[in-house]
Write a protein that binds this ligand. Structure first.
Ligand code: ADP
Ligand code: TYD
Length: 204
């Protein structure tokens, strides 16, 4: 069975992950690659239903433990129905956020050990390469707020969470240095995209 390639984008809200994931997918498709562009939370019908539960409503809608279980349930469905079949078919999977987001966001309130335990038993999959788009939290929050969607549960946690997550992602990039590459997102999208492509072709 041929084995595909699993790429993820990580970073704080508004850092440009979705934009860069889309641009990379377009470039790789133009070069003849079979690409599945997907996202978390979501990426399969069941996981998209869970997405609405975790991203909409009051910031304190769920306890930290329940929230962790919901994100993990969504990821398990996404993995079973979208990611694994695509990789088994030899495709390139580009995922806008994956388990590193759970390590950061759900791990932030002292739950990192539970995050890791649940990941090991239920997910046990890491991307081949993770691009961290590093970004000034004030500018990123401005971009994210300008979008004005209903999915603002996390954005409502505000600047202090963005700052904490930025530092956390940079630390995570050191912890998993073999698969992480950090790219400066404080530039025009085309310049960031050129770096992303260079990094992906270099690493592979
Ligand atoms: P994320 O997925 O990380 O939240 P998005 O790709 O959705 O970020 O970008 C957030 C907003 O900022 C969007 O409106 C997008 O068009 C805009 N944007 C993305 N990249 C850049 C960039 N390099 N410079 C300026 N604006 C950007
Ligand atoms: P996303 O749609 O990627 O938002 P954005 O484009 O603004 O970055 O993700 C929405 C929120 O979900 C984001 O604030 C981070 C949060 N999240 C978690 O808390 N845990 C997770 O495992 C994932 C995948 C996302």
């Amino acid at each position: 069975m041929s084995k595909g390639l699993f790429l993820s984008f990580e970073g704080i809200d508004g850092s440009g992950k979705s934009t860069q994931a889309r641009l990379l997918a377009e470039t790789l498709r133009a070069a003849g690659c079979d690409v599945v562009l997907t996202r978390e939370p979501g990426g399969s019908p069941g996981a998209e239903e869970i997405r609405a539960l975790v991203l909409q409503g009051d910031p304190d809608r769920w306890s930290p433990e329940t929230e962790l279980l919901l994100f993990t349930a969504a990821r398990r469905d996404h993995l079973e129905r979208t990611i694994r079949p695509a990789l088994a078919a030899g495709k390139v999977v580009i995922c806008d956020r994956f388990a590193d987001s759970t390590r950061m966001y759900q791990g932030r309130s002292g739950l990192r050990a539970q995050v890791d335990a649940l990941h090991d038993t239920m997910i046990a999959t890491e991307p081949d390469l993770t691009i961290l788009i590093d970004m000034d939290p004030v500018a990123a929050l401005g971009r994210a707020k300008a979008r004005a969607t209903a999915e603002e549960r996390f954005e409502d946690f505000g600047l202090s969470l963005q700052e904490q997550m930025r530092a956390g992602f940079l630390a995570l990039a050191q912890e998993y240095a073999h698969r992480f590459r950090v790219i400066d997102g404080n530039r025009p999208a085309e310049a960031v995209a050129a770096d992303v492509l260079h990094t992906v072709t270099d690493a592979l």
